[in-house]
Write a protein that binds this ligand. Structure first.
Ligand code: CAA
Length: 258
């Protein structure tokens, strides 16, 4: 992979978008590399992922404006689909993905962060959907996910006005869960990922699926989704071990993902 690195620490995987000369802007190659990185995650071993950007200035400064500048309508639509396909893969990835946002998260950068389960950012982070200032709409899910995360009014204000916001405002409106000094961001993301990774993997997976899928349907259908995924946990080794440990007043020996 030319622009993405993937490393592991125990049960945590770290995917880093590494194109710092262009502030980690997403061109087609970066999107292909991201796709490959997610495909290469060993779901038998890895229980949580961190997605971040290389350098101290930018998480992702958006889709690549140079590459987009000469696209036809059909090519623009296809480029949107390319980004959407990989972002949807991240959103529905079986294990939790934590975005560690280390600077600019503009356009496609804000959008990829929103496809992750949880967003943490550094104090120098800047969020925004500047697309209307470039003559386009947000194209990698921004018109859909921002309103779902921060509410319709705030999303419209940011998108129509191409208005960037800083980390403290992103925290205030619920776009990020926590803000850290830059040097504490990755350690905090690793700590959170490790905390998730120590829990029963099938249960964590089923929680992600239940929350994501339940939000797309009405409550009557949503609770049925929950019931099925709740039921699915039973008879697993991890359910038996987790409950036995409680009843026997001891610590869980290990969750084995089975
Ligand atoms: N695409 C391509 N190249 C980009 C880029 C992008 N989105 N963002 C930054 N770069 C490049 C710059 O062209 C520059 O390259 P050169 O050194 O070769 O000139 C390099 O990264 C450094 O950028 P700047 O010199 O501009 O750095 P700065 O500190 O002065 O400004 C910035 C930083 C405010 C983030 C500014 O780079 C900027 O505004 N970038 C564009 C942000 C943007 O509009 N993003 C949305 C893109 S559209 C989109 O994402 C559509 C979608 O939804 C799919």
């Amino acid at each position: 992979m030319e622009f993405v690195t993937y490393e592991t620490e125990g049960a945590v995987g770290i995917i880093t978008i590494n194109r710092p000369k262009a502030l980690n802007a997403l061109n087609s190659q970066v999107l292909d590399d991201l796709n490959e990185a997610f495909d290469s995650v060993d779901l038998g071993e890895i229980r949580a992922l961190i997605l971040t950007g290389a350098g101290e200035k930018s998480f992702v400064a958006g889709a690549d404006i140079g590459e987009m500048s000469s696209l036809t309508k059909a090519e623009g639509e296809a480029f949107g689909k390319k980004g959407n396909d990989i972002f949807r893969k991240i959103e529905t990835f079986p294990i939790p993905v934590i975005a560690a946002i280390n600077g600019f998260a503009l356009g496609g950068g804000c959008e990829i962060a929103m496809s992750c389960d949880i967003r943490l950012c550094s104090e120098n982070a800047v969020f925004g959907q500047p697309e209307v200032g470039l003559g386009i709409t947000p194209g990698f899910g921004g018109t859909q996910r921002l309103a779902r995360i921060v509410g319709v009014g705030r999303a419209k204000e940011m998108i129509y006005g191409a208005r960037n916001i800083k980390a403290d405002d992103a925290y205030r409106i619920g776009l990020v869960n926590h803000v850290y000094p830059l040097e504490e961001l990755i350690p905090a993301a690793k700590k959170m990922a490790a905390g998730i990774a120590k829990n029963a993997p099938i249960a964590v997976r089923n929680c992600k699926k239940a929350i994501n899928e339940g939000l797309q349907v009405d409550m009557d259908q949503a609770i049925v989704i929950e019931e099925k995924l709740f039921g699915d946990c039973f008879e697993s080794y991890d359910q038996k071990e987790g409950m036995a440990a409680f009843l026997e007043k001891r610590k869980v020996e290990a969750f084995l993902n089975k």
